[in-house]
Design a protein around this ligand. Structure first.
Ligand code: ZN
Length: 153
């Protein structure tokens, strides 16, 4: 079940996308409340995000319409970021498995080298045995030859 475990490894991750984009913050780094223009004029009734420390405001002011556009763009950016981070995560996973494969490959190469060395040693010792046998055989032959010479005389 090697394939099953690997697929769960990729699939077990849960995507964390917030249901709503981050709230609007003023320059005090406080969440700016949504207010409605109360004074009479062309902008009366229009919604905006102002500083919560009104009237000691930090100068933060944003129309709600603009903010919605910005929020939409931010959310789109966020989604793209998520896609990018997902791809990066997959890349990291691939790199990790590549690293592991490389390590495995190195280990296998080491094993092969070790085996080759072992074989070479074995082969050498076999050659030694062969040489020994040849030497013994040659000595035996010369001994027989010597004996034959002695018997002839
Ligand atoms: Zn403020």
């Amino acid at each position: 079940m090697a394939s099953g475990s690997s697929s769960s490894f990729y699939g077990s991750r849960s995507r964390s996308i917030p249901s709503s984009p981050p709230p609007v913050k003023c320059f005090h780094d406080e969440i700016a409340p949504l207010r409605i223009v109360k004074f009479h004029g062309s902008t009366q009734g229009k919604r905006f995000y102002g500083c919560p420390y009104w009237p000691r405001m930090c100068g933060h002011f944003k129309w709600a319409d603009e903010v919605n556009e910005v929020k939409e763009l931010q959310f789109m950016l966020f989604e793209k970021d998520t896609a990018i981070s997902e791809l990066q995560y997959e890349k990291e996973c691939l790199e990790e498995s590549m690293k592991k494969l490389k390590e495995k490959n190195l280990k296998l190469e080491d094993d092969v080298n070790e085996l080759a060395l072992e074989n070479a040693v074995r082969f050498e010792s076999m050659e030694c045995v062969k040489a020994d046998k040849k030497l013994v055989f040659a000595m035996l032959l010369s001994w027989i030859f010597f004996c034959c010479c002695v018997v002839d005389k």
